[in-house]
Design a protein around this ligand. Structure first.
Ligand code: DGL
Length: 277
């Protein structure tokens, strides 16, 4: 048994989609979540910048003595997995891309898979590689969706929001043209606008949630190391963000379904210390 917390990070509220899946699957596990809101969005950054930011986030989580890291960000997974693995030789580090690719390959009937993702994830080619490794003849359509994360970080997740509806309709176009039957939400933010995406694509398209898909892989990794928490007690939870605590907690609380404001602290990641507002 290992009662230390699991660490998760993302550029903002997106990784809370993995938190929700984690708390449902293993409510007894403690966790520490970091949303690097000061540097969001990550999706238009260079691979070099993403490696630096990802290393910084790993350092922060390791400073909280985590027993494993779930990289709840596709953009970091796509661009910085090697750097994060090198920074954590002693604990499991699970990314979101391989689990999401595996879930999509199991779900598809036609082999036509589309991936909605940030520009930096699309540019990396990581999803095509992960899918083709499992299903070489798959037809993969990559769709960069740069307008979604800023809307979601601002709490604009209502499918009736005209800017959101227009952006989703634009990104649905190439998916519908490719006749994909399975779509990976290849950015952990996108399940927050799942209703709008499903509406634009129609009810028959299977949507894969990358954060939720990776939780099972993390639990397996902990089980193999005999590092699960104490199943007889509820886990503790702690949230950190690096800017905009009020928006972070209001968008996050609405998604998680509980008030996380008392559990959330704003930190200066460069100094790794609390920010007094
Ligand atoms: N949620 C992240 C991802 O999965 C990052 C999105 C962003 O900050 O652009 O890619």
């Amino acid at each position: 048994m290992d009662t230390r917390p699991i660490g998760l990070f993302d550029s903002g509220v997106g990784g809370l989609t993995a938190v929700r899946a984690l708390t449902r699957a293993v409510p007894f596990e403690s966790f520490v979540y970091l949303g690097d809101t000061a540097n969001a969005p990550y999706g238009d950054r260079t691979p070099e910048a993403l490696r630096d930011l990802s290393r910084q986030n790993i350092r922060f989580l390791r400073g909280r003595d985590v027993k494993a890291v779930l990289v709840a960000c596709n953009t970091s997974t796509a661009n910085a997995m090697d750097a994060m693995l090198a920074a954590c030789p002693d604990i499991p580090v699970v990314g979101v891309i391989a689990p999401a690719a595996a879930a999509a390959v199991s779900a598809t009937q036609t082999g036509r898979i589309a991936v909605l993702a940030t520009a930096a994830t699309v540019r990396s080619g990581a999803y095509e590689r992960a899918i083709r490794e499992l299903m070489p003849p798959a037809r993969v359509t990559m769709v960069p969706c740069p307008k979604l994360v800023p809307l979601i970080e601002a709490g604009r997740t209502d499918p009736a929001d005209p800017d959101l509806a227009a952006a989703v309709a634009e990104y649905a176009g190439p998916v519908l043209a490719a006749e994909a039957d399975t779509v990976i939400l290849g950015c952990t933010h996108y399940p927050l606008v799942r209703v709008a995406i499903q509406k634009a694509l129609g009810p028959d398209v299977a949507l894969i949630d990358s954060g939720a898909a990776s939780v099972g892989v993390l639990i397996t990794a902990l089980g193999e190391r005999d590092a699960m928490g104490d199943t007889t007690k509820p886990g503790s939870r702690r949230f950190y963000c690096s800017a905009g605590r009020d928006t972070f907690t209001s968008v996050g609380s609405a998604f998680l379904g509980w008030d996380m404001s008392g559990e959330t602290e704003e930190v200066d990641l460069c100094q790794d210390r609390p920010i007094k507002n």
